[in-house]
Design a protein around this ligand. Structure first.
Ligand SMILES: Cc1cc2nc3c(=O)[nH]c(=O)nc-3n(C[C@H](O)[C@H](O)[C@H](O)COP(=O)(O)O)c2cc1C
Length: 213
């Protein structure tokens, strides 16, 4: 694959939230995870696991748990905020109508620099926006999204259900420590073609420094 082909693949990826009911085959699922597992991870920890779910009752139960948690906020909120969250609800529960949902599990670093520092009573400033295992899991998820696209499948990466109902979903799915649910990925044949959302241009994002200052 050359750079044009890779760029084309990336440009054609979009988040799909409506799918045909065509089942995703076991072979396709295995190919998704085969690509996900090839992602880099800190210390090669490979802190990810994948749970592939297609049972409609189970997916509906998961979505109901998420919506229940969302609605538990309503009594404490003004009407305008409730209306906003009602609209937002779709983005947390649409996975229930996908033919396949991959639950991405991750575990925390078992031997971090932080633990080493504690052991020897040393300190370093805590970095902002840093979680080594999550960074690797993000890379694995992106591999999975592209592997789906290369097989003619659409995806949507969802993290909101985890924000609202991580614990409840873990109980329902028997996810045991040290693993936790990081994200859900809906997968299926897209109901219609879709373009990805607009992006900032390279010029808006990139600063190339060639001098020492
Ligand atoms: C970490 C992460 C979390 C996301 N969570 C959700 C979500 O909970 N629900 C949803 O519908 N989309 C979710 N998305 C999809 C984004 O909304 C989408 O990627 C973004 O709007 C850009 O659109 P595009 O993927 O079609 O280019 C998430 C994406 C990422 C990377």
């Amino acid at each position: 694959m050359n750079i044009q082909e890779l760029t084309e693949l990336l440009k054609n990826r979009a988040s799909h939230r409506k799918y045909l009911q065509t089942p995703v085959t076991e072979e396709q699922i295995r190919a998704l995870v085969d690509c996900a597992r090839l992602a880099p991870s800190g210390h090669n920890h490979q802190p990810w696991r994948f749970l592939a779910l297609s049972n409609k009752t189970l997916l509906n139960d998961m979505a109901a748990i998420v919506v229940k948690s969302l609605k538990s906020l309503f009594p404490s909120l003004p009407e305008t905020e409730i209306q906003m969250l009602e609209k937002y609800k779709f983005f947390m529960e649409h996975f229930k109508d996908a033919p396949l949902v991959i639950v991405v599990l991750g575990k925390k670093d078992s031997y971090t620099t932080t633990e080493l520092l504690c052991k020897y009573n040393l300190t370093l400033p805590k970095p902002e926006l840093y979680d080594m295992e999550l960074l690797g899991i993000g890379a694995a998820i992106q591999n999975l999204l592209l592997a789906a696209q290369a097989q003619g499948l659409g995806t949507c990466w969802l993290s909101e259900p985890v924000v609202y109902a991580q614990k409840e979903l873990e109980v329902l799915l028997n996810v045991a420590a040290p693993y936790h649910i990081v994200s859900l990925i809906s997968v299926g044949v897209p109901a219609k073609e879709k373009k990805g959302a607009p992006r900032l241009s390279v010029d808006e994002l990139l600063e190339i420094r060639t001098t020492s200052k």
